[in-house]
Structure formats: C-alpha cells, structure tokens
Design a protein. Structure first.
Length: 412
C-alpha cells in the first residue's frame, strides 16, 4: 500500500524544486539583461543604427551584443523570446501555494486567533488578492502616474506595505509573508505576460508588415521591466521567509516586509548604478545595513501579545478526530510533549529560541492532532526532528508515532 503522506510530501518537494529552478532561470536572465542594458556603449561604427553595443567574454568565446531601442531595420530570421522562465516560475509557484497553503489550510493558512475563516473563505481571499493586486497595479501604471516613475514606485511601495499589513489580519504570519511574495510575483509575471511580450509582438508585427514601429511600446515595456528588477530581491526574501520564524512570527512582520522592500531597492540601485558606469555609491550598503539592523530589532521587539490562546478554535474535522481516537495516541502525546515541546511551544524554553520553529506549536492535544502528518514525516518516518536528536528521541518512540499515524489513516 502506498504511503499517501510521503507521496504528498514528495509532490510538494517536486513542485518546490521546479519553482526554484525556474525562478533561477528567470532571475538570471532578468539580471543579465538589466546589467547588459545599463552597460551598453555607443556603437563604434558611425554607420550603425543600433542604440548601443557591448563586447563580452564568457566560456572561452567572445560575444558582440547590439541593442535597437525600437527595432532593427529588418526582422531577423531567428528571434529568441525570454518569457517561459517567467510563466513557469509563476505556475510552479501557484502549484506550490495550492499544495502547501490551500490543501493544508487548517495548518498553514488559517489562524483562528487572527480570523475565524472557513477553508473556502481563506482560499477565496488567497486567490482573489493576487488578482486584485495586479488590477490595481496595472491601473496605476496606465494612469498619468505612468509618466512619473519615481512617484509611481513610491505609490507601489505604499500598496505593498498596505497588503503586508492586510494579509496579517487574515492569515497566519507564515502565510502572510508568502502571500505577499506571491502578490508581488504575480505583478511581475503579469507584467511579462500582459505587457512586455504583447508590446514586443506588436513591434515584430509592424516590422513584418513594413510599418515603422511606435517607440511607445518599448517605453512602456521598459517601465514594467524596471519594476520587476527592483522587486526581485524582496520576492526572494519573502519566499524564503517561511523557514525563519523571526521574520514571519513577529507582531511586526508587516513592517519587516516593508523594510525588506526598501533593502531590495537600495541593493538593486547600487548594482544598476555600477553597471551603468555612473559611479560606486557605496553608501547605499550603509543604508542597507541600517535597514537590516532595524529588521533584526523588530523581529525581537516586545509584543503586545504573542498568542491569543483564548480565541475560538475551529472544530476538528472527522478525519482529525480519528487521530485522537487512534491506538497509541496517549503515548504519542507524552512523547511529543517530552521530546518536542521545549522548542515547539508558544514560549519556547530552549535557550536562545524566541519563536517555535516554523511557527509549529506542539503543546496541546489539538496541536498534535492538526500537525499529525508533519510529526509522522519529521519524527516518525524520518529522523529529521528533533534536530541532531538533541532531545534523545528513542527508536521505539519513532515506531510508536508511525504505528499511531497508520492506525488513524488506515495505513495510507
């Protein structure tokens, strides 16, 4: 009989692997072309119609790259499009969001102490917010603000911080940070799908028809590409944040997210300026360091309240109730309390630990039941937990967890 929990975990792993690979491809090509664009020099050939050119060396060969601001005089026979990296990154990310946060809504998405949502309501907010975010952003870009890039970027920053705060009012801290990353990544990928590629296709169609392309399409695409460039680093941080409770489990996680967006701007602006040969503005690293110190301070700043344990809890589902009734639950509960709860607690007793790892708490009967699958995978089927077996969990205790889980699930 197949182990459904293990298969499902491997499915999530595969989706995450695909997402990371495609994201590397997208970020790599994006950063390369931004650096290339900023480093272009005036063509040496006076008769050249190119707006800029660059000689590069890599892998034992030399490359001569030329850029045409609007389009070349004639359409080349072969044209490479850079778009699938973006599309594959978004689609694999959406799949991962569904696997972890939609299918595991009770565990990772919904916190009854924050908002008493049903699974359907939480998923609806999750999906709807991504769509609405793109519509608002696109409207702002197409408004007169599109002619004022600095003002537009400032307004976009305010929108992102507002969304960061908004997500913390409905989801768990972990889900809030990841959704803010998905919100931003949706804007970036939609820029490619709805604006950049269609505009380039218009230019290609004009060339094939013998018409002079309108330069406005390149200008519009350039604005969206610049936004993507400055948003990339914050998105990477937000997607990794679910591994670090200090970033998502703080009461001020929304403010931390805002500072991370500013850090993304300072870091990218430093490299953009350097690639454009406009000087080495090293003081931006000092600003970045100050912002990061603020992030670290906020992550451990005193909170008005850590947990609202008196908040109403959603009723356990019939499937979850089976874990309480399964053979060996009392012994498993004793094992988890003795081997895991010193770290996985509302206020961890392990020295130097401020938040439970990944926000997972294992102090009550309910905690253990809703985290049953992860306990099985992390401490039963494998020995990933406790880390380095610091609490000395015995092999017999791990076998006990496996037997309990399989009894509750009918062996699946």
């Amino acid at each position: 009989m197949y182990d459904f929990a293990a298969m499902w975990d491997w499915t999530g792993f595969a989706a995450r692997w695909l997402h990371v690979v495609t994201a590397i491809a997208w970020v790599g090509s994006s950063f390369y072309f931004i650096a290339l664009d900023l480093g272009l020099r005036k063509p040496l050939d006076p008769a050249s119609t190119a707006n800029g050119e660059e000689w590069q060396v890599h892998g034992g060969g030399f490359y001569h790259v030329q850029k045409y601001m609007v389009a070349p005089e004639a359409m080349p026979e072969h044209l490479t499009w850079f778009k699938w990296e973006s599309y594959a990154t978004w689609m694999s990310g959406a799949l991962l969001l569904m696997i972890i946060y939609w299918a595991g809504a009770d565990l990772y998405l919904i916190d009854p102490s924050v908002a008493a949502l049903s699974t359907f309501e939480a998923i609806l907010i999750s999906a709807g917010s991504l769509t609405i975010g793109w519509l608002i952003y696109d409207f702002l870009c197409k408004s007169p603000l599109g002619n004022h890039p600095t003002a537009l970027m400032l307004l976009l920053f305010i929108l992102l911080v507002a969304m960061a705060w908004g997500y913390t009012q409905v989801f768990t801290g972990r889900a809030s940070m990841v959704h803010l990353g998905a919100f931003t990544a949706t804007i970036m990928s939609a820029n490619v799908f709805f604006i950049i590629i269609p505009n380039q296709k218009i230019v290609v169609a004009d060339l094939k028809a013998g018409r002079a392309p309108d330069p406005k399409y390149g200008k519009i695409a350039k604005l969206r590409s610049t936004h993507n460039n400055y948003l990339t680093l914050p998105v990477l941080f937000l997607m990794l944040s679910n591994h670090y409770p200090l970033s998502f489990a703080s009461q001020y996680n929304w403010a931390i997210a805002g500072l991370i967006f500013l850090m993304g701007v300072t870091i990218r602006h430093y490299f953009n300026t350097l690639h454009a040969r406009k000087g080495n503005i090293f003081w931006l690293w000092i600003v970045t360091g100050i912002l990061f110190v603020l992030v670290m301070w906020l992550s451990t700043a005193p909170m008005f309240h850590r947990f609202q344990d008196d908040a109403p809890k959603a009723a356990l589902t019939p499937a979850q109730e089976k874990f309480a009734a399964a053979k060996g639950f009392a012994a498993v509960q004793d094992t988890v309390l003795g081997r895991c709860s010193m770290c996985h607690a509302r206020e961890p007793s392990w020295e130097g630990m401020h938040w439970p790892p990944k926000g997972v708490r294992l102090e009550t009967k309910r905690d253990i039941i809703i985290n049953a699958q992860q306990i099985y995978l992390q401490a039963g089927l494998t020995n990933a937990m406790p880390p380095a077996n610091r609490s000395h969990m015995e092999p017999a205790e791990r076998r006990l967890i496996v037997a309990w889980y399989k009894d509750a699930t009918g062996g699946a």
